[in-house]
Design a protein around this ligand. Structure first.
Ligand code: SF4
Ligand code: SF4
Length: 125
């Protein structure tokens, strides 16, 4: 199941992006941290109450580039694609006008994020 809200990632069809967690059930102790860590709307994980294991229910809801749940899992039961350049390549493929449109909308919807005056900007690598 894919919530239409997550069907695109910066204009790119989310079903074409291979980013999402995998759980090794042999390592999972069922602590539940990943279930409560993942954002309420994304809810990538469900929980098998009989087996006492977390299960991946909606991998395409995973935020591209996020690996918070894997970082937090004390039993190293969660893995993501090894290719660290993968997300960078995806980011480079986002059309610049797409980012500009999203930024404009975000600042319109959240005027408190607009900073007036000078601020140091790191260069984009
Ligand atoms: S954080 Fe790790 S051990 Fe805990 S439920 Fe999730 S996968 Fe299992
Ligand atoms: S990486 Fe982030 S968005 Fe993806 S499942 Fe884990 S906590 Fe949720």
């Amino acid at each position: 199941m894919l919530d239409p809200f997550f069907s695109k990632w910066h204009g790119i069809d989310r079903t074409t992006i291979e980013w999402g967690p995998k759980i090794d059930p042999e390592k999972c102790t069922g602590c539940g941290l990943c279930v409560v860590t993942c954002g309420e709307r994304r809810n990538v994980f469900g929980y098998d109450v009989e087996a006492k294991k977390a299960v991946v229910m909606a991998p395409l809801h995973c935020m591209v580039g996020c690996d918070n749940c894997a970082m937090g899992c004390l039993w190293d039961a969660i893995t993501f694609p090894d290719d660290t350049e993968y997300v960078r390549r995806l980011s480079r493929s986002i059309p610049k006008h797409q980012i500009a449109l999203e930024l404009e909308k975000k600042l319109q919807d959240n005027p408190h994020l607009v900073v007036e005056g000078e601020s140091e900007q790191p260069s984009r690598r």
